[in-house]
Write a protein that binds this ligand. Structure first.
Ligand code: NDP
Length: 332
């Protein structure tokens, strides 16, 4: 393993992206987002993704010099055209506009289109809660998950993020895939020769299996059976057709088998508590629930693991496998 400070990691990602065709704004936004993930102990959205990003830019599919444009479509709707670039710059451009529309209207939505690789949901929703708002975020990806009862992949692992502002404490944030298991975990199980739970997926014959290689040839399953599949379906609709971007199956067609990052959209919704009532009283009411959760042994709030990681990693730095470090060095 190679230990890096967050600043060393950020510079590595930034230099790698600039050397491979991104301009400084695009490289900085993407590098910051990867290091935000490393800084919270979520390496599957960190430097691990650099190879994918470089592949996307070098193939000419991703615009490394994108100039995202925000366009207000209705009093509570802003659309951000990502100009074919990576998602983080568009997300940065949209944040202020979305907060301002939500404050004025009580509720507002940002519809992101024409951009590549929306990663984890928590950075966007956490930023909304930091601004005092309630946040939701959704995105499709590539088709990995079968519809309930089916055997062919159709939905992405379609994550959902939610945030709630708190006084004097980090916001409540959850961010979860609608599949039973993350795609990356199944790939790692296949690589390491481990089995996966029978709820993770099915083979091409539609039969349950604990062999990750068979799941990768077949389809993943939604968490909680048909309930997770229904949420994946919802995410396809609201972060695909509703906002004018791809379904997961269309993202795969668009990629044409190149194996680069998925092109697609993201829907973010923000709600201003002050437009629903007394914002302080609303937050205090939420605290009643958090206190009741904490009274039960064995519980924790979603997001707490990340916030603990954040404090520790800011002090200690983070580690990447030597093989990944060497791969990045080879991309310079
Ligand atoms: P996890 O199952 O690891 O965690 C889901 C949520 O549950 C997190 O908010 C987590 O908080 C919380 N949680 C976990 N354990 C507990 C517990 N014991 N008590 C209370 N809360 C708990 O996440 P997933 O594997 O589903 O997703 C991982 C990441 O991958 C997400 O960031 C998601 O957005 C991303 N993703 C992205 C996709 C894409 O296409 N862009 C597709 C699928 C996933 P905590 O973080 O504190 O552990």
């Amino acid at each position: 393993m190679v230990r890096l400070t967050l600043e060393e990691g950020r510079k590595l990602a930034f230099d790698c992206l600039v050397n491979n065709g991104c301009d400084e704004d695009n490289a900085r936004a993407s590098a910051d987002r990867m290091i935000q993930a490393e800084g919270d102990g979520c390496p599957s959205h960190g430097l691990f993704r650099l190879g994918w990003y470089v592949k996307g830019v070098k193939s000419g599919r991703v615009n490394g010099k994108a100039r995202p444009v925000a366009d207000v479509l209705a009093p509570g709707v802003v659309r951000i055209d990502g100009d074919g670039g990576f998602a983080p710059l568009g997300q940065r451009v949209a944040h202020e506009a979305l907060v301002s529309l939500a404050r004025n209207n009580g509720i507002a939505a940002a519809a992101f289109v024409n951009m590549f690789h929306v990663a984890a949901m928590w950075p966007e929703v956490e930023a909304l809660a930091d601004a005092g708002l309630v946040g939701f975020a959704f995105t499709p990806s590539y088709p990995y998950v079968a519809p309930a009862g089916g055997s062919k992949p159709l939905y992405g692992t379609n994550p959902m993020g939610f945030s709630w502002p708190r006084e004097g404490a980090p916001p409540l944030v959850f961010d979860q895939a609608s599949s039973s298991m993350a795609r990356g975990e199944i790939m790692i199980a296949a690589r390491d020769g481990h089995s996966v739970p029978a709820t993770a997926g099915i083979g091409p014959d539609g039969e349950e299996t604990t062999d990750p290689n068979v799941v990768l040839k077949g389809a993943q399953l939604g968490f909680g059976g048909y309930k997770g599949a229904a949420l994946a379906l919802m995410v396809e609709l609201i972060a695909g057709p509703l906002i004018g971007d791809f379904l997961s199956i269309e993202a795969e067609e668009d990629d044409g088998g190149q194996g680069g990052p998925p092109k697609g959209g993201e829907l973010i919704i923000a709600m201003e508590p002050a437009c629903f009532g007394d914002a302080d009283a609303i937050r205090a009411h939420g605290e009643k629930l958090f206190a009741a959760i904490a009274e039960q042994e064995g519980t924790r709030l979603p997001g707490e693991r990340r916030f603990q990681n954040r404090e520790r990693i800011a002090r200690e730095g983070f580690e990447v496998p030597q093989v990944l470090y060497d791969e990045i060095a080879g991309l310079m």
